[in-house]
Design a protein. Structure first.
Length: 358
């Protein structure tokens, strides 16, 4: 696959470089060791969704190396205080907010900061409050994509009242996920099971443990692939990035568990080297997903790719990881660009979006 940076990417970087003296970024995060979870699970802490100190350094260094002023606000409460006082003292003519704070449990928690930004007319580097909410409701997002004809995994919702819209066929291999969480929270080897008469009891126990519906999907044997998507005049993909787990690329029955994600027990590779047609297909599908759900800035679509090369959308992220251990950072290296160019692109495309909406 082509390893030269595409012109549309370089154009947004150039726009950003012309704004260095005018633009600053407000980075809102939850931080491990500093942020106290407002609520939590017994076995799977939501702190795995928070940034570590080194991951925060990755983002601050990336923004700073781009030349932009960066102000870091730890936790949602600090941002609300900043709205009242700090915002008036911001030392740049233009500000953009980049939020990855999502403390607590339940739906739409990543939408608080974008919603407040909408109220105070502060532009975002990425997606709005609605998109942040709908993309974190796995079943609803997949239902929309399925309605629009995109190749998503067959999905069911399981609540304390039972199955919706119907019971999956007996004998089907499935995977159960907490509907509102990310970072593989609630995912273990036992999350993959065969539908049968004993499944419902176990699913009710999981619903009670996570205090939310479960999204149950067909389990797809094959490769695990992430496709970073870059917004702009139209969404574009640069590479399909495979995930290697325990030295294996063809994962078959394996899944990326909570422990794997918490300990970064996976690595990345160029999936086009394994299956070029499937990589190209996944990239086009991912761009269509981005457009269908109205993402902005950047997003990521997660696939399982069958041995025959057919990609199946499993999940998507409107707030993907942008640290140095991420498929986005891998993509920057793939095209010979610095990690900081990712943040240049975000600023350039956000500024372009503001001009178009003015």
């Amino acid at each position: 696959m082509d390893t030269s940076p595409p012109q549309w990417f370089l154009d947004r970087v150039r726009i950003a470089d012309e704004l260095v003296s005018k633009v600053g970024v407000v980075l809102v995060v939850n931080l491990k060791g500093s942020t106290k979870p407002l609520d939590d699970y017994r076995r799977y802490s939501i702190a795995t969704e928070f940034l570590s100190a080194s991951e925060l350094d990755d983002l601050v260094d990336g923004i700073g190396s781009s030349g932009f002023y960066c102000e870091v606000l730890i936790d949602e409460e600090r941002f609300i205080e900043w709205l009242g006082r700090g915002r008036m003292r911001f030392p740049r003519e233009l500000m953009f907010v980049y939020n990855i704070a999502q403390n607590g449990l339940g739906p739409a928690r990543a939408s608080l900061i974008p919603g407040l930004c909408r109220l105070y007319q502060i532009p975002l580097l990425d997606s709005n409050a609605y998109v942040a909410a709908i993309t974190r409701q796995k079943f609803h997002a997949n239902a929309i994509l399925h309605y629009c004809g995109l190749p998503v995994a067959y999905s069911w919702s399981f609540t304390h009242r039972g199955w919706w819209p119907a019971t999956p066929p007996y004998g089907l291999r499935l995977i159960a996920k907490p509907t509102f969480d990310s970072a593989s929270i609630g995912i273990s080897e036992e999350s993959v099971f065969e539908m049968g008469p004993d499944a419902e009891k176990w699913l009710r126990e999981r619903c009670a443990e996570f205090r939310q519906p479960l999204t149950v999907q067909e389990f797809v044997r094959g490769y695990e692939v992430e496709v970073p998507i870059f917004g702009g005049k139209e969404p574009q993909a640069i590479a399909a990035v495979g995930l290697e787990l325990n030295g294996c690329r063809q994962l078959d029955d394996s899944v990326l568990t909570y422990d794997d994600v918490a300990c970064d027990r996976y690595s990345f590779y160029d999936f086009s080297l394994e299956h070029m047609p499937a990589a190209r297909n996944a990239m086009q599908i991912a761009a269509n997903v981005f457009e269908c759900l109205g993402l902005a800035g950047v997003g990521r679509v997660d696939f399982r790719v069958r041995r025959d090369g057919s990609p199946v959308v499993m999940e998507l992220a409107s707030k993907p990881h942008l640290t140095k251990h991420s498929s986005f950072a891998f993509t920057m290296k793939h095209i010979g660009r610095a990690h900081s160019d990712l943040f240049r692109f975000l600023v350039g495309t956000a500024f372009e979006r503001q001009l178009n909406h003015a």
